[in-house]
Design a protein around this ligand. Structure first.
Ligand code: ADP
Ligand code: MG
Length: 240
């Protein structure tokens, strides 16, 4: 994919630290992270459990604030924003996908996505969002009638229906087997390619890094690797 390096990044993190103070001990979850996310880029974020991946992505998404350093979304400094602005930033610009799908069990796939499209500014229809993740044939199914991978794809449809600028995914395949996990990766891959949604995908499965434009590795709160993939693999080529 051609990417214009003159365009300013979607996200820029500069010297980000995050210290959790619990009782007498300070836990340094992030120890000075510098990271840019370019327009249209898919980054896979790898690292051992406890290395700071979720903390970093929660800060990028405006769910948490760093203890030090600065974070920008385009020209907007999140680390200077009020709570009200952070809420608006999340609502207007960020789609989140977590390991557990958090669908409403009593609503169909279409209705779960409609919860978001009803309050967004320029949403796609629930039908389009579900079609984009390969679920056009599942519109009227309830979560209990779907596999884990299908439920996660409903969650992705819900996240992309408001056309977010960035999609932040924290272990989206963590609870899935290889077959359904690859279908979820395919959905994320297609959304990134077709809509140009900048995507950060946290995983502890190192094989998944092959589908990324760029791979970032965290260890003990620091970035230890930040490299562009010379070649990308398709999700179907990932050996789980
Ligand atoms: P990862 O997602 O890579 O597994 P996390 O970002 O969840 O890592 O955690 C990084 C470090 O911060 C870990 O040592 C973790 O125990 C600690 N941590 C995360 N969240 C909290 C919290 N709410 N309170 C205290 N410590 C936390
Ligand atoms: Mg985590």
């Amino acid at each position: 994919m051609a990417r214009d390096t003159h365009i300013s990044p979607v996200f820029r993190a500069e010297g980000v630290t995050r210290v959790y103070r619990t009782g007498a001990v300070d836990v340094w979850a992030l120890r000075g992270v510098d990271l840019d996310l370019a327009e249209g880029e898919m980054v896979v974020l790898l690292g051992a459990s406890g290395s700071g991946k979720s903390t970093l992505v929660n800060i990028l998404g405006g769910l948490d604030l760093p203890s030090g350093g600065r974070v920008f979304f385009r020209d907007q400094e999140l680390t200077q924003a009020s709570d009200r602005h952070l809420t608006a930033f999340r609502r207007d610009h960020v789609g989140f996908v977590f390991q557990f799908y958090n669908l409403v069990p009593s609503l169909t796939a279409r209705e779960n996505v409609a919860l978001v499209t009803e309050i967004a500014r320029d949403p796609m229809t629930p039908e389009e969002a579900l079609d984009r993740v390969g679920l056009a044939h599942r519109l009227d199914h309830f979560p209990s009638e779907m596999s884990g991978g299908e439920q996660q794809r409903v969650a992705i449809a819900r996240a992309i229906a408001k056309r977010p600028d960035v999609l932040l995914c924290d272990e989206p395949t963590g609870a899935l087997d290889s077959k359904t996990g690859i279908q979820v990766l395919q959905a994320l891959y297609d959304v990134n390619r077709e809509l140009g949604t900048a995507t950060v995908l946290i995983t502890h499965n190192a094989a998944i890094q092959r589908i990324a434009h760029r791979v970032v590795v965290l260890a003990d709160g620091r970035i230890t690797r930040n490299e562009v993939n010379a070649e990308r693999a398709l999700p179907a080529q990932v050996s789980w």
